[in-house]
Design a protein around this ligand. Structure first.
Ligand SMILES: Nc1ncnc2c1ncn2[C@@H]1O[C@H](COP(=O)(O)OP(=O)(O)OP(=O)(O)O)[C@@H](O)[C@H]1O
Ligand SMILES: [Mg+2]
Length: 349
């Protein structure tokens, strides 16, 4: 029997769909370096994100398709990834970052910074390059939550971000003494946020996570005008009073025509690992109900877990410190889902 040709392998793989994007692996440019050695076939599958949630499905489907060709005895897949750039960002701020995700809420104190930090660390752990911009110029909390306080030094006219837990990090907290109150007038907010986007040497990370101040004011508007946002995440707590504010947060991004990647419910029910008892301190299920009402994706519930608060205060994000805890697992699941949704926005049919 004559050996399989490269053309046959390509044809077989062009019938395999990327499950999330709904397009075939070949048309997405995901197949590279096909090698044929008699009945042994090898190739590299280049994912659209290293934090891909569905590699198992693609592994199975691609092996089945190529394995069904006559004479094929073995199929070996190597994995790689290349995150696509949001075309609107490439046009305006090419080379600074590939995708931007704003983390927002209507209400203060619901866990935006906690979510931003842990999602960023989860994406970096999955192998993505990640920047974290603390856009909360009134109360910058990212330095504490990551345990960094070093002022970045300028190089060739640009600020170098700090580096912590695998992230490139920038915060006004690096530039202003921590106990000094910050009084900002509108134009100053504009220029501060613009500088963080333009004058920091971000080095083109796959994802720039942007931690916003509470509310729906100036910072949100400036941000949306200064950089195309690939998407926004809304954080809420489960109870009704917080939900009402979260709806306002949603409406702001809707007006600004920013895609909502989904809603995260934070401070949800916690199950004590010792006793097995579940406590729903702020109630349960409100985030999911709100997502259904607004017809946006629900990304998941993070439990109200004392380890999250301790990790935040100690500069040790729970995802890095207790990677196997239910809270960390949920952050990682949400991070993969967010990465997949960004790929869909950039590449889906
Ligand atoms: N799931 C959780 N379990 C326990 N504590 C949490 C959880 N999420 C956040 N916290 C704690 O709640 C406090 C507020 O969280 P965080 O600072 O992330 O909220 P925020 O929305 O960014 O607040 P602000 O509006 O002031 O910026 C912090 O002390 C944090 O450690
Ligand atoms: Mg915050």
């Amino acid at each position: 029997m004559s050996a399989v040709t490269e053309q046959q392998v390509i044809e077989a793989l062009s019938k395999v769909k990327e499950p999330e994007l709904g397009r075939n692996l070949v048309s997405l440019g995901m197949i590279q370096g096909i090698q044929i050695d008699g009945g042994k076939i090898g190739f590299t599958l280049v994912l659209t994100t290293p934090a891909c949630p569905l590699t198992d499905v693609m592994d199975k489907d691609a092996k089945a398709a190529v394995g069904a060709l006559p004479g094929v005895k073995e199929v070996n897949i190597k994995w790689d990834s290349k995150v696509p750039t949001d075309a609107r960002i490439a046009d305006r701020l090419g080379g600074q970052f590939k995708n931007t995700v704003a983390v927002s809420s209507g209400k203060g104190g619901v866990g935006k910074t906690t979510v931003s930090v842990n999602l960023a660390v989860a994406l970096a752990q999955a192998g993505a390059t990640v920047g974290l911009l603390d856009a909360d110029i009134y109360g910058p909390n990212v330095p504490i939550m990551l345990g960094v306080d070093k002022a970045p030094k300028p190089r060739e006219g640009k600020l170098i971000p700090a580096y912590a837990h695998g992230l490139r990090v920038m915060s006004i907290g690096f530039l202003v003494p921590p106990d000094q109150p910050m009084i900002w007038r509108g134009p100053m907010i504009h220029s501060a946020i613009r500088q963080f986007l333009n004058d920091v040497d971000w080095g083109n990370p796959d994802y720039l996570i942007i931690d916003l101040p509470p509310g729906t004011g100036d910072a949100q508007l400036t941000l949306a005008q200064s950089v195309p946002l690939t998407g926004a995440i809304i954080v809420t707590t489960p109870q009704e009073v917080a939900l009402a504010d979260a709806v306002k947060g949603y409406a702001t991004f809707e007006k600004l025509e920013v895609d909502i990647l989904g809603i995260i419910e934070n401070m949800g029910p916690y199950t004590d690992p010792q006793t097995g008892q579940t406590i729903a301190f702020f109630g349960a299920g409100g985030g999911k109900r709100m997502a259904e009402r607004l017809n946006v994706p629900f990304l998941g519930t993070i439990p109200l877990d004392p380890n999250i608060r301790e990790g935040g205060d100690a500069g040790k994000p729970v995802v890095a410190e207790r990677p196997n805890s239910p809270a960390a697992q949920m952050f990682k699941k949400i991070a993969r889902e967010v990465a997949a949704k960004i790929s869909v926005l950039n590449l889906a049919e």
